[in-house]
Write a protein that binds this ligand. Structure first.
Ligand code: ZN
Ligand code: ZN
Length: 266
């Protein structure tokens, strides 16, 4: 069984419950040996701040995680943030999150919004026109190419709006898979997505919003490693990864280990 979770939120983002210590206790109770915190990273201009911590909370957030490292020595705890790709904020994220001592050991990349061909921010949640899938994919590849992020969370989020599987969907999936392979960046099979209720998409196909099996079938043609994690927004969410593991087994994906992602623990 996957013995880690590297996609963990906290109360700081305003839409999750529990402090880092609550997640650590739950992780140990579920038999996990490693826990990575990846709460939604703040932006200096306050963009999308309804669903992320305020920048003034960063120190508290990391202090709480460091306290857990002392309180739960049996758990390997990795401090991190789930970051949106903002082309204007690459240096900001690098300087303030990765290179400031005592902050991030890793940043995970999420594309909840992307810049479309007209230069406008567009939500990834409501895409119906599959041409937008290509815009999402190109933006995701730009983010992956920045070299800032350790892995990509829910790379197939763009299917959540219920669009059809077509040539654009296949090409968007291929662009992401090719980049993950060339850049050697693992893609996350989002274990919480794997329990979402089924939908009938615009192509008449019954499927999960994500993970999208056709997406992963494309990915399976490439040398791509996967991370399995629950997008934990409640301590109780941790540990429930059987559906994501079944998907990884079916496609024979290499599931990265903690050591492969972070190196040997000290
Ligand atoms: Zn969230
Ligand atoms: Zn998340």
């Amino acid at each position: 069984m996957t013995n880690y979770n590297f996609h963990t939120h906290t109360y700081h983002c305003k839409h999750a419950l529990g402090a880092p210590k609550d997640y650590c206790q739950a992780a140990l109770a579920k038999g996990l040996t490693a826990l990575g915190f990846s709460d939604h990273a703040p932006h200096p201009d306050g963009k999308w701040d309804a669903v992320r911590m305020d920048i003034s909370e960063l120190d508290t957030y990391f202090q709480e995680i460091h306290q857990c490292q002392a309180l739960f020595p049996r758990l390997h705890i990795h401090p991190g943030l789930e970051c949106e790709y903002r082309p204007d904020l690459g240096d900001f994220q690098k300087d303030n999150f990765l290179q400031t001592p005592g902050r991030c050991e890793y940043m995970a990349l999420a594309i909840h919004d992307f810049i479309n061909l007209q230069g406008e921010w567009t939500s990834s949640w409501r895409l119906h026109d599959t041409r937008q899938y290509l815009e999402y994919a190109r933006f995701a590849v730009q983010g992956m190419s920045s070299g800032l992020y350790k892995f990509v969370v829910h790379p197939d989020l763009f299917f959540v709006g219920g669009g059809a599987w077509d040539d654009n969907a296949a090409l968007a999936s291929k662009l992401i898979a090719e980049a993950a392979s060339a850049l050697n960046i693992p893609l996350e099979i989002n274990a919480s997505g794997a329990h979402r209720p089924l939908i009938t998409d615009l192509g008449g196909k019954i499927r999960r919003p994500f993970p999208h099996l056709n997406f992963w079938e494309v990915v399976a043609h490439y040398e791509v490693r996967v991370v399995i994690s629950v997008d934990a927004h409640r301590p109780d969410d941790l540990g429930d990864v059987s559906d994501a593991e079944a998907l990884a087994r079916y496609f024979d994906f290499h599931v990265v280990t903690e050591e492969e992602l972070f190196g040997q623990p000290n």
